[in-house]
Design a protein around this ligand. Structure first.
Ligand SMILES: [Zn+2]
Length: 681
């Protein structure tokens, strides 16, 4: 059911992407003057730092030494600080029960269900026991078939193959049906053969969560243990033919998942698994072709879907079902499972109840909350300002591309065509999504939190499914999570999306100086535009189709430049505990960070008396962030964005404007010789 978002290069959240390239460049030395300042206690307020040796830690020393990670969080910095403000604004609205606005009404109704602990505690597990019972009572493959194709019983759309509508990689104006792998509890398919440190954190966390919940439902310790063991055993069988983290990171990943097959072929691969019945039961009809993201996986499901594995399969569904509901049952379940999660990621304390209500509402109400945010917290001035910086930045990229000595005219023409076709989504769409079809049953008519959550889940699923075979409106803004401190470039419609959640804090306000704008939201905008020309975004053309528009020579020259950057990161050791960076994973975001700053430096050059120190300092402050060591471990293996100190130091050290501002020379830690610089653009 999870709708996978392979297509986004987002600025601040972790979506694992990376590429593999043969490295043909001699290893460069990574700076040894930069000590990893990511976790609490790494930086002392009394230690002397020199900005010529370590800019990030020097500028942020006092903040890094004095700041604590708040209760309920596993990281903290300027992104989180602005998110707190955005969330506080939303929480105030969430509690208002007297609005005429439909979105606000839905938001408030859901909040009423969430905060009604008396009802939630009285109901306990009663709302979900029928779902578990319907799985437990299955005694043959035939009954399993009946369960899978009956959405009245299989309410969570449990299954071993995920399905969703998305635009075609070949023709992004058309929605097609994608079949993909199911969800695993562990972060990497490789964890089922060799359990990594991160995999072990997840395994313990989900084992403890499922074990507690199953026992609350009356399972004995022994039964609970067996159920969870079966779930992991079935996942291990599935994982054998799933994409690993390295596969997901591969530069060829988009090509690898774009397998258009007739439904008949897919049915043949899937054997007894009732794929057509399942798809028909949720509304996909008249299916001709499907995109099989991993045909090898589908073939393995065909073999694993048999009578012999029935018990494993049932327990896989049971464990996934209980975990799904862990945050919307009674108070004891919420507190217990939240604490398990917090302990796993080094989080101390609990988030506030209001924050919990909001976070859960975000997960379940999706664009309803976007509409509330847009209607209440955006302005036309904000939109105009941001559009202005985007247009200036695009104009700069045009000049930059035209001036790249290593690109042929043919590639330059294609690249500038892509740039000219880029769709600008700044701050808010002209037309908001209509949610009049999302009707939550009130408490007086038997509604409760679980019922409301399931209605919402079905609504969003149908909202996605009904797009199948329709034409995508290129002017429509396919938005979500607009209240998040984030931004993204969307490969498949060639759009830059600067969303309102990031238009505050250190990033933007209406009174900021040019130095602050360029060092804040400007750098974000420059970053996002460059994703159109990074190692993944560059595989998609002006229309958003997966199509090669580079000449082979230019592509090879680009790959060489990427390879130099990748090797640099591979050789960069963060610490003994964290190990080295994963260059292939980080390459796209690292390219984007450097291009973003280069773009802003070019805009800055046009400004009279531009204060470069103010600009660089603002940039370093924007990136300051503290992590728990568990969160850092997660980022090192799953987050395509480099750590904050690298996003600052390594990026700035590429540019003479920075070195000249501070008189940095070859003997300083922040110095990188021109021949060793790794910026791709
Ligand atoms: Zn990015």
């Amino acid at each position: 059911m999870l709708i996978k978002k392979y297509f986004r290069a987002a600025c601040s959240i972790a979506i694992a992407f990376a590429l593999t390239l043969q490295s043909s460049v001699t290893a460069l030395a990574a700076p040894d003057s930069w000590k990893d300042p990511s976790t609490i206690g790494s930086v002392s307020a009394t230690e002397a730092y020199n900005l010529k040796d370590d800019f990030y830690t020097t500028i942020n020393r006092d903040w890094l030494a004095a700041t604590a990670i708040p209760d309920g969080k596993d990281n903290y910095g300027e992104f989180n600080s602005l998110q707190e403000q955005n969330d506080a604004n939303l929480i105030e609205i969430m509690k208002k029960s007297d609005s005429d606005d439909l979105d606000q009404q839905i938001f408030n109704t859901y909040y009423e269900f969430l905060s009604d602990w008396d009802t939630r505690n009285a109901l306990g597990y009663a709302p979900i026991i029928p779902f578990i019972d319907s799985i437990r009572s299955i005694s043959s493959l035939e009954e399993m078939n009946k369960y899978l194709v009956n959405p009245d019983v299989n309410v969570l759309e449990n299954g071993i193959v995920s399905y969703y509508s998305t635009v075609s990689f070949d023709d992004p104006s058309k929605y097609v049906l994608n079949l993909s792998e199911s969800d695993l509890l562990l972060p990497d398919a490789n964890d089922y053969t060799t359990l990594s440190d991160l995999g072990s954190i997840y395994k313990d966390m989900y084992t403890d969560t499922a074990s507690y919940m199953l026992k609350r439902m009356g399972y004995s310790s022994k039964e609970a243990k067996k159920t969870i063991k079966d779930c992991f055993a079935y996942e291990a069988l599935l994982a054998k033919n799933m994409y690993t983290q390295d596969d997901l990171n591969s530069l060829d990943f988009f090509k690898n998942i774009n397998n258009v097959l007739p439904l008949a072929d897919v049915k043949a691969l899937l054997g007894n698994y009732p794929i057509e019945g399942i798809l028909n039961s949720v509304g996909f009809t008249d299916i001709d072709n499907v995109v099989a993201e991993n045909p090898k996986y589908l073939a393995s499901v065909g073999k694993l879907y048999n009578e012999k594995n029935l018990a494993l399969m049932k327990n896989y569904f049971i464990v996934h079902t209980v975990i799904y509901f862990s945050d919307i049952l009674d108070r004891e379940t919420y507190e217990t499972t939240e604490k398990i999660k917090n302990d796993a990621f080094g989080v101390s304390g609990m988030k506030s109840d209001d924050q919990y209500y909001l976070d859960t509402a975000k997960n379940n109400l999706m664009t309803v909350i976007d509409n509330v945010y847009i209607n209440n917290f955006t302005s036309d001035k904000m939109k105009k300002d941001i559009e202005g910086v985007i247009k200036d930045s695009i104009a700069y990229y045009r000049k930059m591309l035209m001036n790249e000595a290593w690109l042929s005219q043919q590639t330059k023409d294609a690249a500038t065509h892509k740039l000219d076709s880029m769709v600008i989504h700044a701050v808010k769409p002209d037309k908001l999504q209509d949610h009049s079809g999302l009707v939550l049953i009130p408490k007086s008519e038997g509604g409760n939190l679980v019922v409301a959550s399931l209605i919402a889940m079905k609504y969003w699923a149908q909202d996605n499914y009904k797009k199948y075979k329709t034409t995508k409106d290129r002017d429509a803004w396919d938005y979500d999570s607009m209240y998040e401190v984030n931004s993204y470039y969307n490969f498949t419609d060639n759009s830059i999306n600067i969303i309102p959640g990031i238009c505050g804090g250190v990033f933007y306000n209406e009174d900021m100086t040019k130095e602050e704008i360029y060092g804040g939201i400007g750098a974000v905008i420059g970053h996002e535009i460059s994703h159109a020309f990074d190692s993944r975004g560059g595989q998609f053309d002006a229309s958003g189709a997966l199509a090669d528009w580079w000449t082979p020579e230019d592509k090879a020259a680009f790959d060489d430049r990427v390879s130099k950057l990748t090797t640099y990161f591979d050789n960069l050791k963060v610490s003994d505990t964290m190990g080295n960076c994963n260059g292939v994973m980080l390459s796209g975001e690292a390219i984007a960070d450097m291009a973003g700053i280069k773009c802003m430096l070019n805009l800055a050059a046009k400004e009279p008396d531009f204060d470069y120190n103010k600009f660089f300092t603002h940039y370093a402050v924007m990136w300051r962030r503290l992590l728990t060591s568990e969160n850092e471990l997660y980022r090192m293996s799953q987050d395509p964005h480099p750590l904050s100190y690298l996003r600052t130091n390594l990026v700035l050290a590429q540019y003479d404007e920075f070195l000249n501002t501070y008189g940095i020379t070859a003997t300083d830690g922040m110095y990188i010789a021109p021949a060793d610089r790794i910026a791709v653009w």
